[in-house]
Design a protein around this ligand. Structure first.
Ligand code: TRP
Length: 334
């Protein structure tokens, strides 16, 4: 396989949860360990401004998500790990791409259309009520994130696939006008991550308020797990593993042997309390050590800041010269 450039980002709103870990952080760290790959992972804090107008929360979330990546073992000597807002070339590229993006393409974006539909359903006279240009043109900012580092592989959840198609569209149009400067990326959909269920059985997501935080105390973790919705079957009744949130979560963390064992125990009628206890134990075994690292990092934010500053330097060593090339291509410099 030829060398690939992996890139992914997490929007810095809210506290990192198990879905972020299984869907984004864990596969990204695994990919970064392969010598064949180059990887760029970043904190999407410009994206956070689309959803949050609370400066303290944006700052806090950014620190927590950075600490989570580091505590879970991201090797920042291998991967380039940075904060989007430290890379001024990203908003510059965003503008160039904005001028290459058909408005009609953005009209079709799910994120935008979803809010329009909510407004219509609520009987509002203005379908664009509460919609900023930030939300409307968010896929262009995301395209700039991806194209800035010549990414070839972008691992994302299913909900982001359309944004990758738009990125490819925009890049092709740019290349058609200005020459072959941009690299056309491929999407990598992480099926496990897309399936990771939250407390209520729907996809684990900040927007559904059904998340299990990654780095609460072990007591909080246990308490969250005990809250997972189950049916009213009694201990002793055989239980189905299909569409069962406890079992699905267990599959994302347990070894194959542990999963096989739990499957047998479901058939033999394990009680929900016991099944949840097993889930707690398997997650706790994985998170106990990173949790300590996480707490250390959160107690020393200057260390996190240093890592991010170093990451920004590395990232800009790529983005600055590339931007100079793109400025020439569009006629802004000679
Ligand atoms: N929009 C993504 C999300 O909400 C986060 C993101 C921003 C991203 N820029 C990106 C993901 C670039 C992959 C590549 O999940």
């Amino acid at each position: 396989m030829s060398k690939q450039t992996y890139l992914t980002g997490i929007t810095t709103t809210g506290t990192p949860h198990l879905g972020n870990y299984v869907g984004a952080i864990r596969p990204a760290i695994a990919a970064s360990k392969s010598a064949d790959n180059e990887s760029f992972y970043f904190l999407a804090d410009y994206h956070a401004l689309i959803k949050s107008q609370d400066p303290a929360k944006v700052r806090q979330s950014r620190t927590e998500i950075a600490a989570a990546w580091l505590a879970l073992g991201l090797d920042t000597n291998k991967a380039t790990f940075y904060r989007q807002s430290d890379i001024p070339e990203i908003p510059e590229l965003t503008w160039m791409l904005t001028c290459m993006t058909a408005k009609g393409l953005m009209n079709r974006a799910h994120a935008y259309k979803g809010v329009v539909q909510e407004n219509i359903d609520a009987g509002s006279s203005d379908p664009d009520k509460g919609i900023t240009m930030g939300l409307f043109s968010y896929p262009i900012l995301m395209a700039a994130d991806i194209l800035m580092f010549k990414s070839t592989r972008v691992p994302v959840g299913k909900d982001q696939v359309q944004h990758l198609e738009m990125t490819r569209d925009i890049a092709q149009r740019f290349n058609h006008h200005f020459g072959d400067h941009l690299v056309i990326p491929e999407v990598v959909v992480d099926e496990d991550g897309a399936l990771l269920a939250g407390l209520d059985g729907r996809k684990m997501s900040k927007s559904y308020n059904n998340t299990i935080p990654l780095f609460g105390t072990s007591k909080q973790l246990r308490k969250s797990i005990m809250k997972i919705k189950t049916n009213s079957q009694e201990p002793g009744e055989p239980k189905a593993t299909e569409n069962n949130t406890v079992f699905e979560l267990f599959c994302a963390f347990g070894s194959n042997d542990e999963i096989a064992q739990l499957r047998e125990d479901y058939a033999a009628g394990i009680g929900w309390g016991d099944a949840k206890q097993r889930l707690y134990e398997v997650i706790e075994a994985i998170l106990a050590e990173p949790r300590e690292k996480y707490n250390d990092l959160m107690a020393n934010p200057a260390d996190i800041e240093q890592v991010l500053q170093d990451g920004a330097k590395k990232a800009r060593a790529v983005s600055a010269p590339y931007m100079a090339q793109l400025r020439k291509a569009v006629g802004l410099s000679t």
